[in-house]
Design a binder for this molecule. Structure first.
Ligand code: ADP
Ligand code: TRP
Length: 323
């Protein structure tokens, strides 16, 4: 059973949505499975980031977040997507079995069109590159947030079409692995937490920024004594740091009234800082040793290439490419 996932380097450091929706599962899965592959999807970031220096910085940030969160280079294969450019070749092989209609139904593309954005071919083809990421390494299980589920379904479709077109079994069918419990972490404004909405709580940001974000979580203006909706964003965020018993009793307290939002926010802040304190120290450790981080990524790339090369060879052979 091979586990694989990737993170796009598009910002300064990850937020609670990325952590609870994706990264935490990466770490759990490293305990349960042999050598999962986790990469930094720098090619994917090209649809939005148009500055090379920034991309390098963001890429390093994801590497640091991976290591900080507890991904262990001795147990997991950590690498940079663009260190294995073979993925671009597999992308091309897949594009020729991918119907336009499938890509036109992709959520990210549709959303961009609905917003009236100018859409380039990279964004349109994004799901094919993502399929290539997964299929190149014969991944069986892909831990991702709910919003990525459609991409995995498309990946399965492309694998099937390729195998069928060339009468081979060169590609294997992956399954998504989604943690339903915290599938969508709300942002400080109540929408889905996302760096695109500027509503994030970045767990490794300077403490002052974390405080500002937490204090900015939206709440209604009901007075302290009134009952509160235990489903409100502030409680959903608090729940991330609480066990089942704590959640149940908080829910009761909310319904009973007498609970001030300010106190809950203070508690969230404490819990966030406490929960991530060890990881923060680890991040600082690697941040001051960029050569060590680069060496980890290079070792990861070697291992990743050893898995990818025979898969791509089989695809090329099946498709009649090369001698
Ligand atoms: P963003 O929306 O901030 O740009 P990304 O799209 O880069 O985040 O997501 C990286 C990973 O984190 C994906 O697997 C995604 O599903 C997960 N993720 C992002 N935001 C959330 C959220 N609010 N709740 C749950 N998972 C999330
Ligand atoms: N598209 C994913 C995201 O936006 C990142 C990603 C790229 C990915 N390639 C992948 C995730 C392969 C899992 C597997 O979050």
């Amino acid at each position: 059973m091979r586990v694989l996932s990737g993170t796009k380097p598009t910002g300064d450091s990850l937020h609670l949505g990325n952590y609870f929706g994706a990264l935490r599962q990466f770490v759990d899965l490293q305990e349960e499975h042999d050598e999962p592959l986790y990469f930094i999807a720098d090619y994917h970031s090209m649809t939005t980031v148009r500055d090379g220096d920034l991309r390098r910085r963001y890429t390093m940030n994801v590497a640091l977040d991976y290591l900080a969160a507890g991904l262990d280079p001795e147990r997991a294969v950590l690498f940079r997507q663009s260190d294995i450019p073979e993925v671009c070749e597999l992308t091309w092989l897949l594009t020729s079995v991918t119907p336009m209609g499938m890509l036109e139904r992709a959520h990210a593309y549709k959303a961009a069109m609905d917003r009236g954005d100018t859409v380039d071919h990279g964004l349109f083809t994004y799901p094919v590159l993502m399929a290539a990421d997964i299929l190149l390494y014969h991944a069986d299980l892909v831990p991702v947030g709910q919003d990525q589920k459609q991409h995995i379904e498309m990946t399965r479709d492309m694998a099937q079409r390729f195998n069928h077109a060339y009468g081979c079994e060169a590609l294997v069918m992956p399954e998504p692995y989604i943690l339903e419990d915290s599938a969508v972490v709300p942002g400080t404004d109540g929408q889905k937490m996302s760096k695109s909405y500027d509503n994030t709580i970045r767990m490794f940001a300077p403490k002052k920024e974390v405080k500002k974000s937490v204090m900015g979580i939206v709440t209604d203006s009901s007075p302290v004594e009134e009952p509160k909706d235990p489903g409100a964003p502030v409680f959903q965020i608090w729940n991330l740091f609480a066990d089942a018993d704590e959640r149940a009793s908080m829910s009761e307290k909310a319904r009973a009234g007498g609970l001030g939002y300010g106190d809950i926010k203070k508690d969230i802040l404490e819990r966030v800082l406490d929960h991530f304190s060890e990881m923060r120290t680890r991040r600082e450790h690697f941040e001051s040793r960029p050569d060590e981080v680069e060496a980890i990524l290079q070792r990861g790339a070697e291992k990743a290439r050893a898995i990818a090369a025979p898969v791509l060879d089989r695809c090329r052979a099946a498709a009649g490419l090369g001698a």
